[in-house]
Design a protein around this ligand. Structure first.
Ligand code: FES
Length: 64
């Protein structure tokens, strides 16, 4: 399984984001998915430098 740290500030891993996305009933759009994931994992609430990385990962997972 793919896993690596995606947000250093908040210690959020790829798997944390993936797990959260899998819990969602449907994907509306990447922005919405990001907000939901952020609420739970607090990713990208530190320096914000990981924002684009997280958006990419979410789109990647959504397209699977
Ligand atoms: S690395 Fe994610 S907020 Fe800083």
């Amino acid at each position: 399984m793919e896993n690596y740290i995606i947000c250093n500030c908040k210690k959020v891993y790829y798997a944390d984001v993936e797990n959260e996305l899998l819990k969602q009933e449907k994907f509306e759009n990447v922005e919405k998915a990001f907000e939901d994931v952020q609420k739970v994992t607090h990713c990208s609430t530190g320096c914000g430098g990981c924002h684009d990385k997280i958006m990419n990962v979410i789109s990647e997972i959504m397209m699977k």
